[in-house]
Every structure is written in structure tokens, then in C-alpha cells.
Ligand binder design. Sequence first.
Ligand SMILES: [Zn+2]
Length: 81
Amino acid sequence: MDSVSQANFVHRTNSDGSMDSICSKCAITIASSPWEAELERAEKTHECDPERLRYLYSPDNLISAGKPSQPSPKQRRTAKF
Ligand SMILES: [Zn+2]
């Protein structure tokens, strides 16, 4: 992983033809516009809210999101590095 926290943005086309730009890291819609250039401009200035990231990626939150609290032994994966 890169030490620089660079977010990726997903573009979603709405039924009215406009597009949403969604930050894949903090999962918020940062801009909505019919022009891609507008989205790109918003993406350049977007910074993820560290408080939100901490909430999204906190272990407590992951457990409450419907995952079993005890991992099954069968689900053990070998880590490859
Ligand atoms: Zn973000």
C-alpha cells in the first residue's frame, strides 16, 4: 500500500443523466453533476474526513455490520506477501 492516502472515486450515472462521484474510501458522494469535469474538480479537492474513516474502519463497526464475531476455522486463509 502507498503511504499517501489517495482515494479512488466511483462514478455513478443517475436516471436524470447526471453523475455522482463517490469516494471509495469514505463512501460519501462528494459531487453530483452532469459534467465529468465538475466531478474531477471536486475529486481533486476532496479530503476524507479522518473521523469518518476511523468510524468506518473501526473493528467495532465491522462486527456490528453483520459479521460473525467468531471466525470459523474453515475460513482461515493463508496470507501471501
Ligand atoms: Zn473520501
